[in-house]
Write a protein that binds this ligand. Structure first.
Ligand SMILES: Cc1cc2nc3c(=O)[nH]c(=O)nc-3n(C[C@H](O)[C@H](O)[C@H](O)COP(=O)(O)O)c2cc1C
Length: 317
């Protein structure tokens, strides 16, 4: 694959990022991704007990990934986490070179992070947010479309519309996220003006991910209509269409209060579902291209298929 500005910025061979996944993106997964020449990302809750301490855990996962690979890696910090400031302090003290911030205002920490020499990428879901991120001096922006797993923007913009409009609006590299699982998605994103991609769901259904077997099996089984957007009034979220997601939609359709919905979703329920396999007990995030994922494979298989297949896709065009 052709090297893009993103590759030079991050010191990676392939412009592919494994997205942050709060409870799932631990050192083993991120190291497996980084070792291929793509970029692995750690998440602060991944690899710890449900009642664990994310501050201790992040330190441990950073030490662990440094033992597992000498390739570049990054850390994802959703800025709406209560301890985001302390987590960022850990990233600085541990000399992490790359951070992906999301779900918050990039003005808050970008100046400090840049001063420390850290490369900053920020997740945006509209052109307005993309322009704002650039004005805060982030190094690259990740535009996330409505197709993405997990929390999506309120504007619900499809990635095909978002990428070229965002790429026209800024001069920093734009990375595309949402519904990309194979070489065709990567080529399409690049054709629209992206200089890299970020994938989440594809990296759940891999051998190295700590997601429960039930979660992985549900991804493999799901078809094109297998996901649904819930919590539209609170925090729009793309989930697998499980019994839990259907109950959540019912509540929303009955105009339940934000507190009721929050209580139903429950803070510690998503790890019950994602890690312990109780899929009817909590949210299980998935992107809308889930129907393309047919088997659980090693991380290396995902990257090799994209790198080889990308040439063929471009050749055919
Ligand atoms: C299980 C799971 C957890 C996620 N958690 C986070 C998170 O903590 N922070 C974040 O910025 N994005 C999170 N995401 C979004 C991914 O980083 C990525 O942008 C998204 O999955 C891309 O869409 P795709 O799944 O269709 O590839 C999560 C995605 C999944 C599947």
């Amino acid at each position: 694959m052709k090297k893009t500005r993103l590759c030079n910025l991050l010191g990676i061979q392939y412009p592919i990022i494994q997205g942050g996944m709060l409870w799932l993106a631990d050192a083993r997964l991120a190291a497996a991704v980084s070792s291929t020449g793509a970029l692995g990302i750690l998440s602060p809750y991944a690899g710890m007990d449900k009642s664990g301490d994310p501050l201790k855990n992040l330190k441990l996962q950073i030490d662990r990934i440094k033992d597992l690979t000498d390739k570049p890696f990054g850390v994802n910090i959703p800025l709406d986490l209560r301890q985001s400031g302390i987590l960022i302090d850990i990233i600085i003290k541990k000399n992490v070179g790359i951070i992906i911030t999301a779900a918050g205002n990039p003005a808050n920490y970008t100046p400090l992070l840049k001063l420390e020499g850290i490369k900053v990428l920020h997740v945006a879901s509209s052109v307005r947010q993309t322009v704002k991120a650039e004005s805060c001096k982030v190094d690259a922006v990740i535009v996330e479309g409505v197709e993405a797993a997990g929390h999506i923007g309120f504007d619900e913009l499809p990635l095909f519309s978002l990428i070229p409009q965002a790429a026209d609006a800024v001069s920093i590299p734009v990375v595309a996220a949402g519904g990309i699982v194979d070489e065709r998605g990567v080529a399409a994103a690049m054709a629209l003006g992206a200089e890299g991609v970020q994938m989440g769901t594809r990296f759940v259904a891999v051998d190295e991910c700590i997601a429960s077997q039930n979660y992985k099996d549900a991804i493999v089984k799901a078809e094109d209509t297998g996901t649904v957007v819930t919590s539209r009034k609170l925090l729009p979220t793309r989930n697998l269409k499980t019994a839990f997601a259907k109950k959540l939609l019912e509540l929303e359709n009955k105009n339940a209060s934000a507190d009721k919905i929050r209580e139903f979703i429950g803070y510690r329920r998503s790890p019950d579902a994602q890690l312990d396999g109780k899929l009817d007990q909590g949210e299980v995030f998935s992107g809308s291209s889930v129907g393309l994922i047919k088997e659980v494979v090693p991380v290396s298989g995902v990257i090799e298929k994209i790198v080889k297949g990308y040439k063929d896709v471009i050749g055919k065009l």
